[in-house]
Design a protein around this ligand. Structure first.
Ligand code: FAD
Length: 368
């Protein structure tokens, strides 16, 4: 149990901490953990080598583990390489000033996410710090709690994602370089996340926000095309997605994880919405400045996932404000579900390890 520290309703959301932990542990995490292993969700097509649009590249990674291991082309589903007129167009993460996919296809990297887990890479120092600083100071300042809900959302989403990245670094850490031994770094978990309850709260907020976007897009996602050319695995993917989207226990315990109904409704709504979209575009562009391949891969994927969640929640009853029906590209669906899985894993870890880590490291701090 997390104890009394995190209880009651998650701020600005509609479910309490205890319910989130229970549903995540019993239902969501086991399902998501299976889903992301299927071919549709494990292959991601991304342009990893774009110039940083803001400053000369300054990244450097100490560890070999920082580089992405690319799929041999024949491993990547043939169908993903072709343009299609399906519900998911053949989309990709291109550079910010992106040319259409057809013209940049050859520059794409095909990645098997299962072989490139998000973990400690040794990426640290001024380069990493500069990115987080640019994100927080220029693009999502921390507004005081009196400020309107819309203004605080982006900060909370990014902070929640940042917590999740730090948790994955802590749970999959190179504890001994000489013998190449990987394990947990619980003091890092405490120092970067648990010591700051707001960061834990923002993690739960981000999880519920993304979960709501997935349940809101349930009709769309249920009908989506999960074809990778492997009928058996694709049928299983579809079945598991249906289970996730129509999970009775989730619907009973937490029918609306986040309520977007009153967002962007007031007089300044359209302006606030444009502001958040502008800031979000800048944050996406900053991912090209991340100086470590694997961090850039997961940074791009998760920022795309967050952008997709925002896109879904910006839409009204499945209709985007432009009046067009909600449409998601294949990479957006992949990013959204992988992001939800990353967050779900972080929540599980904090729930399971948080109290004992706090007892050990919190005591050390207070008695030192
Ligand atoms: P940082 O995590 O760099 O934090 C910088 C500052 O931000 C802190 O001093 C604090 O003031 C503030 N801050 C920290 N956490 C939060 C929060 N949750 N909410 C609000 N403010 C916060 N490293 C890896 O080893 N593996 C990865 O996969 C990886 N992915 C990355 C992806 C991106 C997009 C970026 C920018 C960096 C990534 N890094 C990764 C680097 C990692 O995030 C840290 O920057 C690095 O480990 C150095 O940590 P730090 O202690 O200086 O604090």
């Amino acid at each position: 149990q997390q104890g009394l520290k995190y209880h009651g309703i998650v701020e600005d959301c509609c479910c309490d901490y205890e319910t989130v932990d229970r549903i995540n542990e019993d239902e969501l995490h086991p399902l998501l953990h299976k889903i992301v292993k299927y071919p549709f969700f494990r292959y991601f097509k991304v342009k990893l080598w774009c110039d940083c649009p803001f400053w000369p590249d300054d990244g450097m990674c100490r560890l070999r583990d920082c580089s992405v291991c690319e799929c041999p082309e024949n491993e990547f589903p043939e169908i993903f390489k072709k343009s299609s007129s399906h519900s998911h167009s053949s989309d990709d993460i291109v550079c910010q000033e992106g040319k259409p996919e057809a013209t940049v296809d050859h520059e794409m990297t095909y990645v098997n996410l299962q072989l490139n887990p998000e973990r400690y890479t040794g990426y640290t120092g001024p380069s990493a710090r500069r990115i987080w600083d640019a994100i927080y100071t220029e693009n999502c300042p921390r507004y005081p709690s009196g400020q309107c809900h819309e203004k605080r959302i982006l900060y909370k989403l990014i902070s929640g994602l940042h917590s999740s990245i730090s948790i994955h670094i802590a749970t999959d850490y190179l504890v001994d370089e000489k013998s190449n031994t990987w394990g947990q770094n619980l003091s890092l978990l405490y120092d970067r996340v648990l010591k700051y309850p707001e960061r834990v709260r923002n993690l739960y907020f981000t999880f519920l926000f993304v979960l709501r976007s997935v349940t809101k897009a349930a009709d769309y996602l249920e009908q989506a095309d999960y074809d990778t050319g492997n009928p058996l695995e694709d049928t299983n993917t579809k079945l598991l997605m249906k289970k996730l989207l129509r999970d009775g226990k989730l619907q009973a315990a937490c029918p609306k994880p986040f309520d977007e109904a009153n967002l962007w409704k007031g007089q300044s709504g359209p302006e606030l919405m444009q502001q958040i979209q502008r800031q979000f575009r800048n944050i996406s562009a900053l991912m090209d400045c991340v100086g470590c391949e694997k961090c850039r891969l997961w940074g791009k994927l998760q920022v795309l996932g967050l952008g997709t969640a925002l896109k879904i929640l910006f839409s009204v009853n499945g209709q985007e404000h432009s009046g067009q029906t909600l449409h998601m590209q294949r990479n957006e669906v992949i990013a959204l579900i992988n992001l939800l899985h990353r967050l779900s894993e972080s929540i599980k870890f904090v729930h399971e390890m948080g109290p004992s880590v706090e007892r050990i490291f919190g005591k050390q701090i207070s008695s030192s």
